[in-house]
Design a protein around this ligand. Structure first.
Ligand SMILES: *Cc1c(COP(=O)(O)O)cnc(C)c1O
Length: 409
C-alpha cells in the first residue's frame, strides 16, 4: 500500500453510503451531467475560499482569479460576481471570459509570446497588458496607435529573487517571463512617454507554495522592488500585482498554507511600505488555491483484474483529463492524489487497488496501490483536488477518447 494525499475536509457519505458533493450523491450528479468521466465543481467551497481570503488579507488587496487554472465558462460567470478581477494568459481565455460575462471586472493579461491579434484584442477590450519584453511593448504601442486607442500597459518584472519551495519557479533566473528588473525603469518611462496609460507592475515568482514564510518573504521583496522601481523611474506604481503562488495539499505529508500568517505579514509589509507606494493598489492572483479543492473528477470502473498478485481497477477516465493526478504535469516524483471509491465512500478500506485510466500507456496511473473498499465494475472513482489544472491542462486529444463533462453545482 502507498500513501495518498488528504481528502479535502467536508466530503462525506450521503444516506446511501456514496460520496455526496454539495449535498448530492455522486451517481446523481453523473446522471445529471449525462455520464462519466465528469468534473464536478462545488461553488460553495470556492465561496468559502473567497471568504477566507478576504478575512485574512488586508482590505486594500484585491483578489484576482487566474483563468488558466480552470476556464470552465459557468465557473467564470460565477466567479465574476465573487472576485475583484481576472488574470488571463491568452487571447483565447479573453474570449472565453468575455462570453462568460467577466470583462466588466478589471482584467489583466500576462504571458510570453502574445500574438498581435491578442495584443489588439486586449487593447480593444480595455484589458491591462502585463508586458513581457521591450519588443512586446513596442508592438503593443504600435497596435494601439493604429487603433487610435490609449492602451493600458503594465510591466511584468522578472524579479532578482525566486519563490522558495515553489512547485514551478518563475523568478530569480534567466527567464522567458517578464523583463529583468534592472531594465524595468527605462521601459516604464518609454511606455509613459508614448502616451499609454501606465498601470504599474506585475511580479509572479512561482506556484504551489505551502510554506507561509516563503510567500511572506516574496511579498516583502516584491513591495521593496516596486518601491525601488518607482524611485528610479520617477513614476508612480498605480497597481502592483503581487502574484500568488498559494498552494494546496495534494499528497501525503503536504500541510495547508497558513493563510492568516501570510495575511498579517502582508498587512505589516504594506504598512511599512515606502511613501512612493502610498497611492498603490494591490492585487493577488490565485488559481489553484481558490478552485483546486472544489473540484472532483469522477470516472467509472470498467474492468477489475488481477495481475502479478495485484488488483487493478481500470476506469473510463485517465490522464487525458487529469494529467496532474497521474504525476505527469511537471512533477519530479509521482505521489498519489487523494482518491476514493465514491460508490462505497462510507465503507472501510480493505483492499489495495491500483487505479488506472483507459489509455494504452503505463503513464495512465491514477492511484498507485491505494487502500479502498472492495472495488467492482460499475463503481465510481473520485479523484479530489481536481478543480485546477484538470481538463484544460491535460492532453485531451491523446488516444482519441471522449472529452470529460463538467458541472458546476
Ligand atoms: C499560472 C499563473 C497563475 C496561477 O497560479 P496558481 O498556482 O494556479 O495559483 C497566476 N499568475 C500567473 C502569471 C500565472 O502564470
Amino acid at each position: 500500500m502507498k500513501a495518498m494525499g488528504p481528502i479535502p475536509g467536508g466530503f462525506e457519505a450521503g444516506a446511501d453510503g456514496s460520496l455526496a458533493i454539495a449535498g448530492t450523491a455522486a451517481e446523481a450528479l453523473v446522471e445529471l451531467a449525462g455520464g462519466t468521466p465528469l468534473f464536478v465543481y462545488d461553488r460553495q467551497r470556492i465561496g468559502e475560499k473567497v471568504a477566507r481570503f478576504r478575512a485574512a488579507m488586508p482590505d486594500n488587496v484585491a483578489l484576482h482569479y487566474a483563468v488558466k487554472a480552470n476556464p470552465y465558462p459557468s465557473l467564470l460567470t460565477w466567479l465574476a460576481s465573487h472576485v475583484d478581477g481576472f488574470d488571463l494568459a491568452s487571447g483565447g481565455e479573453l474570449l472565453t471570459l468575455e462570453e462568460a460575462g467577466g470583462l466588466a471586472c478589471p482584467v489583466s493579461f500576462a504571458g510570453p509570446g502574445k500574438g498581435d491579434w491578442e495584443l489588439e484584442l486586449a487593447i480593444e477590450r480595455g484589458v491591462t497588458i502585463n508586458l513581457e519584453s521591450e519588443a512586446e511593448a513596442a508592438r503593443a504601442i504600435a497596435i494601439a496607435d493604429r487603433l487610435g486607442v490609449q492602451p493600458k500597459l503594465a510591466i511584468r518584472v522578472n524579479p532578482p529573487f525566486a519563490l522558495k519551495g515553489a512547485g514551478m519557479k518563475m523568478g530569480g533566473l534567466a527567464s522567458p517571463f517578464g523583463v529583468d528588473s534592472e531594465r524595468v525603469p527605462t521601459l516604464a518611462r518609454r511606455i509613459a512617454d508614448a502616451g499609454a496609460e501606465w498601470r504599474g507592475l506585475h511580479v509572479y515568482a512561482g506556484s504551489q507554495v505551502l510554506r507561509a514564510d516563503a510567500i511572506i518573504e516574496m511579498q516583502r521583496a516584491t513591495v521593496a522592488l516596486a518601491a525601488e522601481i518607482a524611485g528610479s523611474s520617477g513614476l508612480p506604481i498605480p497597481h502592483l500585482n503581487l502574484g500568488g503562488g498559494f498552494g494546496i495539499p495534494y499528497a501525503s505529508g503536504d500541510e495547508p498554507l497558513d493563510l492568516d500568517r501570510v495575511g498579517s505579514a502582508l498587512r505589516d509589509t504594506l504598512l511599512d511600505a515606502p511613501d512612493v507606494l502610498n497611492e498603490t493598489r494591490y492585487a493577488i492572483e490565485l488559481g489553484r488555491w481558490l478552485v483546486g479543492e472544489a473540484g472532483v473528477y469522477l470516472a467509472r470502473v470498467v474492468d477489475v483484474k488481477q495481475s502479478g498478485g495485484r488488483t487493478f481497477a481500470i476506469t473510463d477516465g485517465g490522464l487525458h483529463h487529469v494529467l496532474a493526478a497521474s504525476g505527469n504535469f511537471g512533477q519530479t516524483l509521482r505521489r498519489n492524489y487523494p482518491i476514493a471509491n465514491a460508490s462505497r465512500f462510507a465503507l472501510r478500506s480493505s483492499q489495495v487497488v491500483t487505479v488506472t485510466g483507459c489509455l494504452c500507456t503505463p503513464l495512465d496511473l491514477l492511484g498507485d496501490e491505494v487502500m479502498m473498499p472492495g472495488t467492482r465494475v460499475g463503481d465510481l472513482i473520485a479523484i479530489f483536488c481536481a478543480g485546477a489544472y484538470g481538463k484544460s491542462a491535460s492532453p485531451a486529444g491523446f488516444l482519441s477518447q471522449p472529452d470529460a463533462r463538467e458541472l458546476l453545482v
